[in-house]
Design a protein around this ligand. Sequence first.
Ligand code: C2E
Ligand code: CA
Ligand code: CA
Ligand code: CA
Length: 279
Amino acid sequence: AKNRGGATYQFFNESMNKNAVRRLQVENQLRHALRNNYLQVHYQPKVSLRTNKFVGLEALVRLEIPDVGIVSPAEFIPMAEETGLIIEVGERVLRQTCRDMREWVEAGAVDGRVAVNLSAKQFLQPDLAKQITTILKEEKLNPTYLELEITEGVVMDDPERAIEIMTELNKLGIHLALDDFGTGYSSLAYLKRFPIQTLKIDKAFIDDINGAERDRNMVASIVAMAHNLGLDVVAEGVVDLEQANTLSNLKCEFAQGYLFAQPLRRDQFLEHISTTLAT
Ligand code: C2E
Ligand code: CA
Ligand code: CA
Ligand code: CA
């Protein structure tokens, strides 16, 4: 029989309980948040390292609970994915993003594409393209303003099916980006076949791009390969000018990160781009 020494057993049990309680709390908060519209979409600018201009943006969801504060998606997205609530979260985020984008485009404040993150369950919904089409129509946003970000893990799970889904989305005029590139397992054979337009290099490769030659070489290779495949490259998590300069020297044209701006609330975002980054 297993040794259930008092202390260990007790501890294990307690931490399991804590996790279960925490999960239930987050799940309840999420349901409550959906009912009360506590989901907020923040936006982070994407800039061109060549022109230093604003070229697009990424929508990042937040849970803003009164008297509690902001809950990060890193905490509640996995939970939403497990419980299936991600479908509703995703729909709300997409709708709000399309609504905001349409308003900004109409006002002449924003150009380029807005990128929305898709989780595995969302990506694999049988009627995804139809749902997105409906939302775009209802929110009166042209699909050429939309980009969807998916991770390697999501597409490599069933690459053939992923290619079909991506092709369908492409036909609508929506661009696709492979997110967190380099952190999962990607097959070069598939990379060539994926109908994507952009590779986003994970922050992990950017963090020490100046300190570690290995990381710098890796980024150089990714950029060269992406360009050979006709893809745009975006570096994530750029926090200082030195990184931006190195990336620029490596011919990586686009970047996001705190150096330029954190994800901002919609009103702050508009203020930010109109004062600092816009032409
Ligand atoms: P991600 O798609 O890789 O998004 C980039 C994350 O890095 C964001 O975290 C962003 O705030 C953060 N970031 C951007 N620039 C910097 C920087 O210079 N330094 C540092 N340290 N961080 C930076 P966030 O907003 O907490 O989102 C975390 C993850 O949650 C996202 O990673 C994405 O996987 C997921 N997520 C966010 N919004 C959504 C959504 O609407 N739907 C889905 N399915 N997932 C989402
Ligand atoms: Ca992303
Ligand atoms: Ca990413
Ligand atoms: Ca990431």
